[in-house]
Design a protein around this ligand. Structure first.
Ligand code: NAD
Length: 482
């Protein structure tokens, strides 16, 4: 495969005043969006869909230019989730917007209560480079569905995609409703200085902390979709071939640059050899038998830029220096930012690769005998975004689910919990705060307003002055309902 083009430093497409002016315009416009109905919002989503359709060819080209992403992976991991999210919002929005009645406790007889979903108002969406289309437009769809204005800042690391994303947004919306700014840290910092009502950030945990600190200044609410090390466990009851197929697809698609990619793997000692033999065959089947075939296949993506290439290559070198053994792959080429699909084992727990999110096509394999040691190791690290279990043993699966925590889990598969938009997608603490997708995404950009209608409440009978009769009624209320 040809090396994808080197990145040009991104020229800042926004000045401080541009950002302030756009924010001010959106703040003024937000109240008119607040009263928009489902049909109007659905029409906006349909306009966005039409623009996405029109820009499809440019998106394929930009993905190839930015990091050699194969068209099949663009279809599966960029377009498919966006269209699925958009079509679901179009289908469900009327239902989502309807006030939801809640039950009335006996003590509140004479009242009725409901939750009214109202748009939070102005929102900021900052997205990463690894799935730029998916992770920019999915939150934007939720923001539009909820009736918020939005300023979008895609990542400077994928400059060709950022350009296309900004053109799609410009063609779909007036800037008082949705605007986009290209740029890097300076633009992000200036945007974060504005008092947005909600900030939806997708990126690394350390940047998430910067975002949350900036949000705290204005008490803006946040959704933080972060990352971390997502473990996989393959126990001795698992379907080994199926596990290897799924794990390697999840690890090597997008060259491992996926927030919910399997980061490192625990395999039961009794099936270790069989798993590794299967894994080698599967790499050969997916990407080619020889190192040359693997390096030239168009089905394998490149590392996004030289800095990230050096980081990923450095993790591999450090692991090997500390005694890890190479099982497969290991070929690297800085000029084309290529790191082969790589499997390693005997990895020292002190190696950096066991502490940093790998975000590259290297899979450390750890052999285990006692599942509780596996659980302890996982629980000694920050809470993961995803945890995968391959097992046919219901008790073991349940034991792992009960004794660990993670943003989400797929049992006997990889990334499937991301694809069901009826599930909340998100992390926990270090891997994220809040959730997205479907109704959960709509709720992220909505305030759940608590409304009680008082019809004939008896509460007034408990008001002062606290004469003996009133006191007695308060005591009785406490006795009955307290
Ligand atoms: P990143 O955090 O470096 O960048 C994300 C965005 O933040 C970019 O738009 C960038 O310009 C901006 N940014 C960078 N530094 C900033 C700063 N100091 N202040 C303000 N904004 C700043 O992340 P990335 O490298 O683009 O993506 C990789 C990370 O994102 C990984 O950790 C991955 O796990 C995580 N991720 C999470 C999800 C999820 O859904 N949870 C999805 C994709 C990626």
């Amino acid at each position: 495969m040809e090396a994808s083009i080197e990145m040009e430093p991104v020229a800042f497409a926004a000045t401080e005043t541009d950002i302030e002016k756009t924010f001010a315009k959106q703040k003024t416009y937000a109240p008119s969006l607040r009263i928009s109905n489902a049909e109007q919002r659905i029409q906006k989503l349909k306009n966005l869909k039409a623009q996405l359709d029109q820009h499809k060819a440019e998106i394929y080209q930009a993905c190839a230019a930015d990091f050699g992403k194969p068209e099949a992976e663009v279809d599966l991991m960029e377009f498919f989730p966006v269209y699925a999210e958009l079509n679901d919002a179009v289908r469900q929005l009327k239902k989502w917007m309807k006030p939801k009645r809640v039950a009335t406790p006996l003590s509140m007889i004479g009242t009725s209560s409901f939750i009214q979903y109202e748009p939070k108002g102005t929102s900021l969406i900052i997205s990463p480079w690894n799935y730029p289309v998916n992770l920019t437009f999915c939150p934007l769809i939720s923001a539009i569905a909820a009736g918020c204005t939005a300023i979008v800042k895609p990542s400077e690391m994928t400059p060709n995609l950022s350009k296309v994303i900004c053109s799609i947004i410009e063609a779909s919306f007036p800037s008082e409703e949705v605007a986009a700014f290209e740029g890097g840290v300076e633009v992000s910092t200036e945007l974060l200085a504005q008092p947005f009502d909600h900030i939806f950030f997708t990126g690394a945990p350390q940047i998430g902390k910067i975002v949350m600190t900036a949000a705290a200044k204005h008490l803006s609410s946040v959704t933080l979709e972060l990352g971390g090390k997502s473990p996989v466990i393959v126990d001795d009851s698992a379907d080994i071939k199926q596990a290897a197929k799924s794990i390697l697809w999840g690890k090597f698609n997008n060259a491992g640059q996926t927030c919910i990619a399997p980061d490192y793997l625990f395999v039961h000692e009794s099936i270790r050899d069989e798993f590794i033999n299967n894994a080698k065959d599967i790499i050969a089947h997916y990407y080619g038998k020889t190192a040359e075939q693997q390096q030239s296949t168009v089905d394998f993506c490149r590392i996004v830029n030289t800095n990230h290439y050096r980081r990923v290559a450095g993790l591999l070198d450090d692991a090997l220096d500390q005694g890890a053994s190479l099982i497969a792959g290991g070929v690297k080429d800085e000029a084309t930012r290529y790191v082969a699909p790589t499997l390693i084992d005997n990895v020292s727990s002190a190696a950096d690769i066991m502490h940093e999110e790998i975000f590259g096509p290297i899979l450390p394999i750890i052999t285990y005998t006692d599942i509780d040691h596996v659980v302890d190791t996982i629980n000694s690290k920050p809470k993961p975004l995803a945890l995968y279990i391959f097992s046919k043993d219901k008790n073991n699966t349940q034991h792992i689910l009960k004794t660990t925590t993670a943003g989400g889990t797929t049992v006997n598969g990889i990334m499937l919990h991301f694809s069901n938009f009826n599930l909340p997608f998100g992390g926990v603490n270090n891997s994220g705060i809040g959730s997205s997708h479907g109704f959960h995404g709509f709720k992220a950009f909505s305030h759940e307003r608590a409304v009680v209608k008082n019809h004939f409440s008896l509460a007034t009978m408990l008001y002062p002055p606290y004469k003996p009769r009133v006191k007695k009624m308060i005591k009785t209320t406490l006795k009955l309902f307290g």
